[in-house]
Design a binder for this molecule. Structure first.
Ligand SMILES: Cc1cc2nc3c(=O)[nH]c(=O)nc-3n(C[C@H](O)[C@H](O)[C@H](O)COP(=O)(O)O)c2cc1C
Ligand SMILES: CC(C)CC(=O)C(=O)O
Length: 371
């Protein structure tokens, strides 16, 4: 089958991956309600096209922290890309560079930051951190990221620990031999499989500092001159607090449904966060973005850019760098098509008037939207 959509890559990737790896990639926390709700929320908006607009030169390029992007999206931080393909984050860095997309590298990358930076060349990249108990390791990463040309630090704040992910518990999931978070000391690595437990969850309980509060942000600030981005904010209250603490950008995210099950879909939380922060604070969003139309909806609700998670892993699992690149190119192509066909040729034309609720409020719904 010639893959023509990210969903096509999903089917092809599934056939290539061990079942436990597939479950780790695809799964969510608890009953996976939030995981399903992320997708369902996109179906609650329809696009209101305008006609007889000059759409001969659509443009979806944008700028973020001074870096040019071919399209308003990037690769979400995801651990251990070598679970998907042997080159891991090197393949992803090359794909993101070729597609003109931002790359957010996970603290649990399996390739060294400096190597990833070389593969990415002058393309924009950020480093994501979890707040480890080992502050010396955090300070070291912050310094290395800056030296290697990373453009921002992204602190993920929705994971004081990794949630109970039932698929991983049932699979006694562990990171296979040969894959390791090489940017951290070997002593900080995920442990071996134990029956009925998730090595990733157990590791987070040991290594993540769940006592940190807003007051600790100033410590990280002192370690870097890079912009600081908080990932995992879902409320107006926290968005305002983040801005008060000098945070430079936010990612509205429920971690792809992998952390608090029952958290709102990211797209539903986006407007309250956008409305709570000053216009010069970029708000990004991730969770369930699978189509160009999903991107248009997120941008219409005020996101400056989006992050793409699992679809990039599908591309990597299919064919490494070319697969990941094609997934990103497809999303850009679909977004451009949406701009043309909705009569909104630039990103500035995407505002809330693009959207209407679906089904309309007076319409009696007989069933919940399918997951
Ligand atoms: C396999 C996998 C690993 C992930 N690892 C991280 C990580 O290391 N750090 C992080 O902040 N988020 C991590 N995430 C969450 C993503 O950054 C992102 O929030 C989520 O995948 C977006 O939803 P989507 O997959 O539906 O696009 C991970 C997600 C997946 C699927
Ligand atoms: C290794 C995990 C902590 C990475 C993660 O954030 C995730 O699996 O969602």
């Amino acid at each position: 089958m010639l893959p023509l959509t990210p969903a096509d890559y999903r089917a092809l990737a599934r056939a290539r991956l061990p079942a436990a790896t597939w479950d780790f990639f695809e799964g969510g926390a608890g009953a996976e309600w939030t995981l399903r709700a992320n997708r369902a929320q996109f179906r609650r908006h329809v696009l209101r096209p305008r006609v007889l607009v000059d759409v001969s030169a659509p443009d979806c390029s944008t700028e973020l922290f001074g870096a040019r992007l071919a399209a308003p999206f990037g690769v979400a931080p995801m651990a251990y890309h070598q679970l998907a393909c042997p080159e891991g984050e090197i393949a992803t860095a090359r794909a993101a560079r070729a597609a003109g997309a931002l790359l957010v590298v996970s603290i649990f990358a399996g390739r060294r930051l400096e190597e990833i930076a070389r593969a990415g060349g002058d393309a924009p990249r950020w480093l994501q951190l979890y707040w480890l108990r080992d502050r010396a390791a955090l300070a070291d990463l912050a310094g290395r990221a800056e030296a290697a040309g990373f453009g921002a630090l992204v602190l993920t704040v929705d994971a004081p620990k990794v949630a109970r992910r039932l698929r991983d518990l049932r699979n006694s999931f562990a990171v296979p031999d040969g894959v390791r978070a090489v940017n951290l000391d070997a002593a900080l690595a995920v442990g071996a499989a134990r029956s009925g437990s998730s090595a990733i969850e157990a590791h987070s309980v040991e290594q993540f500092d769940r006592s940190i509060t807003w007051a600790d942000l100033s410590w990280l600030r002192q370690k870097t001159s890079l912009p600081l981005v908080l990932k995992g904010v879902l409320t107006a209250e926290d968005a305002r607090r983040a801005v008060d603490h000098g945070v430079d950008a936010l990612v509205v995210s429920n971690h792809g449904g992998r952390q608090l099950d029952g958290a709102p879909p990211a797209l539903a939380a986006l407007p309250e966060v956008v409305d709570a922060v000053p216009a010069d604070c970029p708000v990004l969003v991730d969770g369930g973005i699978r189509h160009g139309t999903d991107l248009a909806k997120a941008l219409a609700l005020g996101a400056r850019a989006a992050l793409i998670g699992r679809p990039v892993l599908w591309g990597l699992a299919h064919s490494g760098e070319p697969g990941a690149r094609h997934v990103l190119d497809l999303l850009r192509t679909e977004l451009l098509d949406t701009l043309v066909l909705s009569g909104r040729p630039t990103l500035a034309d995407l505002d809330r008037t693009l959207l209407a609720d679906w089904p309309p409020p007076h319409h009696l719904r007989r069933e919940d939207p399918p997951g």
